[in-house]
Design a protein around this ligand. Structure first.
Ligand code: F6R
Length: 609
């Protein structure tokens, strides 16, 4: 939520931060703004709407500014207007502030300041933060000390970045539960909410710790804790290829990320098999811990929650290990019953999702073992879990998650195999699983070849008024994810459930103009699926089946069929259907003229409740 960028160095700072902002636009696109030094004060340009609106006035900014900060907003407090766009000034325009997160006690602070005569120009909590910082600054600098005093008064989650007209060439940043990464350069330093924004400028990054304050000039970076004590820092070298954070010839990041999945499937297995074919997971718990675990709770949001459901299917079928999957927001307030021998697994692409992070902290306070399955290196969830397995999927830029989902399910599969190996589970054919996983990338390539057929079907069904997503077993999990993709990027209302549940209510919605997408990769329930298909068709609905190349009866019953290759493991055949489902969502969205990489009202990383 919200993109933050800052630069101090020798380059045209306005150009640099605007470029960084473009690389962060997936974090918020309700408005954008930029602050820079101008005529002894601070100049600000900001516009409601997408970055192009800001770009159209960027010519008014000086080309010789050597430091600047910039922001793209996902609105929380106050509508997406020019006035509410960041940066915000304090009372005397001494400081300009950009912010990601929520200052929960902003109303109390605002009332207090209003009593002292402060006048506010926006409805945002950020402007209140700026006024508090400005008020502290009036009592004396340096800027980082004023910020330190101010944040002691804030409750909530925030990353704040501040510049001052009295201390040119300095950027102060504070992190509390919203991500901030510093990029270290030669004669220049910078910061951003996410690593991809920094990659064209530097590969040396420093992920800011919780409750730390950083002061950047062109040749120094100092990081201190809330009491001003200097913190040691350990930069990481990022070796992601820059191209993986760019569109690389595709019309949208989403399409590129769907097409990256064969590579991602290989990547997340890389280094995770021993020569004898056994699974090797670096840095997870020792063997006796795995022998002791009596229950697994998987906690996540959205697409990551759907990956968790696949984990449940696998852990229960392969390991007979009781597994529950919780929405993070429900788990954290739900007073869950937790066995001391249980394992809590937190799945998150960004590693920063506020509810998942809070659920993790709750488990830690109850001394439950925690394991993260995370994509973004050094993110909060990755750092705070007892152990973390990275999905190694590379940067995911499009707001709707695709390749991260596939990678999360693969890592859960590797984990299930690893536990089966340690527990010497009878009847688990680990070598067959290993073979099926090693073939999966090639099968994913084949599954991508359905794209032409997907497009043809999308053209026929694009005007659907409602989409059902149905399946049984693992296919029912996939149905939830397929529905989420279509809903979030093509704005098609969806109704998703296990196929057997349809007749217990949702069937009432079926009529001409309704399309039912069936996942049907499990031959043991094909005849049940065919009955469900007939029930839809009898009421005027159209049926699209996602099935395997070996299936015989489902295709005959369906109006349209998309076939994926059959994997040696049924679970993985089911997983492959996510590829044509994602492509279907993409092509329907494109035909309906939707903003694919930046769906309305959504943002990539949900760092507020
Ligand atoms: C949907 C989507 C979201 C995220 C959810 C969790 O396409 O992207 O539902 O999956 O917000 O985000 P992470 O995985 O970053 O915790």
């Amino acid at each position: 939520m919200c993109g933050i960028a800052g630069y101090v160095g020798k380059k045209n700072a306005v150009e640099v931060v605007f470029d960084q902002l473009k690389r962060l636009e997936y974090r918020g696109y309700d408005s954008a703004g930029i602050a820079f030094p101008q005529n002894g004060g601070i100049g600000v340009l900001k516009r409601a709407g997408k970055l192009v609106n800001l770009e159209s006035v960027l010519g008014q900014a000086p080309s010789d500014a050597r430091y600047a900060i910039a922001h793209s907003r996902w609105a929380t407090h106050g509508a997406p207007t020019d006035e509410n766009a960041h940066p915000h000034f304090d009372e005397h325009e001494d400081v300009a502030v950009i912010h990601n997160g929520i200052i929960e006690n902003y109303l109390e602070l605002k009332e207090d300041l209003e009593k002292r005569g402060h006048v506010f120009r926006s409805q945002t909590d950020t402007e209140v933060a700026a006024h508090v910082i400005g008020h502290e600054y009036a009592d004396g600098g340096p800027l980082e000390e004023a910020v330190r005093r101010a944040v002691k008064q804030f409750r909530g989650a925030y990353a704040l970045v501040v510049i001052s007209r009295r201390e040119p060439g300095k950027i102060v940043a504070v992190r509390n539960a919203s991500p901030l990464v510093i990029g270290l350069g030669k004669g220049e330093n910078m910061l951003a909410s996410d690593i991809p924004a920094l990659l064209p400028y530097t590969r040396e990054v420093l992920v800011m710790e919780e409750n730390s304050i950083a002061t950047l000039t062109d040749d120094t970076v100092a990081v201190t804790d809330g009491d001003g004590r200097e913190l040691p820092f350990h930069p990481q070298h990022i070796d992601w290829d820059l191209a993986s954070a760019e569109r690389g010839g595709y019309e949208h990041f989403l399409l590129k990320e769907i097409h990256e999945q064969p590579h991602v499937i290989r990547q997340c297995q890389a280094g995770r098999f021993n020569e004898d074919g056994s699974v090797h997971l670096e840095g997870v718990f020792s063997e006796h811990v795995w022998m002791e675990i009596d229950r697994v709770n998987i906690i996540a949001c959205g697409t990551a929650f759907h990956a968790g459901l696949m984990g449940k299917t696998l852990f229960e079928q392969m390991l007979r290990l009781p597994t529950d999957v919780y929405y993070s927001s429900e788990f954290r307030y739900g007073d869950p019953v937790l066995s001391p021998k249980s394992l809590a697994i937190f799945i998150s692409q960004s590693g920063e999702t506020a509810d998942t992070l809070a659920a993790l902290r709750l488990c830690k306070s109850k001394r439950i073992r925690t394991l993260g399955i995370v994509n973004v290196l050094g993110s909060s969830i990755a750092r705070e879990c007892d152990r973390t397995l990275y999905t190694q999927a590379g940067p995911e830029i499009s707001v709707a998650s695709t390749k991260a989902y596939t990678a999360q399910v693969i890592v859960l599969t590797l984990l299930a195999m690893y536990i089966a190996q340690i527990q010497e589970m009878p009847g688990v054919r680990l070598q067959d699983w290993a073979k099926a996983l090693s073939n999966l990338s090639g099968l994913a390539d084949e599954a991508l070849k359905t794209e032409c057929e997907v497009l043809e079907i999308a053209e026929k069904v694009q005007d659907m008024k409602l989409a059902f997503f149905l399946g049984r077993g693992a296919d029912a999990n996939l149905a939830l994810e397929g529905a989420l993709k279509l809903k979030e990027i093509a704005y098609v209302p969806t109704q998703e459930s296990p196929a057997g549940e349809m007749k217990h209510g949702p069937l009432a919605l079926v009529e001409p103009g309704v399309v039912a997408f069936f996942g049907a990769t499990d031959p043991s329930v094909s005849d049940k699926i065919v009955s469900n298909i007939r029930e839809v068709q009898a009421r005027g609905g159209t049926v699209v089946a996602f099935t395997t190349e070996d299936e015989t009866i489902v295709p005959r019953a369906s109006d349209y069929v998309l076939r994926v290759p059959t994997s040696g493991e049924e679970f993985l055949s089911s997983l492959l259907t996510i590829i044509p489902m994602q492509l279907m969502a993409y092509h329907v969205a494109r035909l309906r003229g939707c903003e694919i990489d930046q769906p309305r009202n959504l943002a990539k990383s949900v760092t507020v409740e």
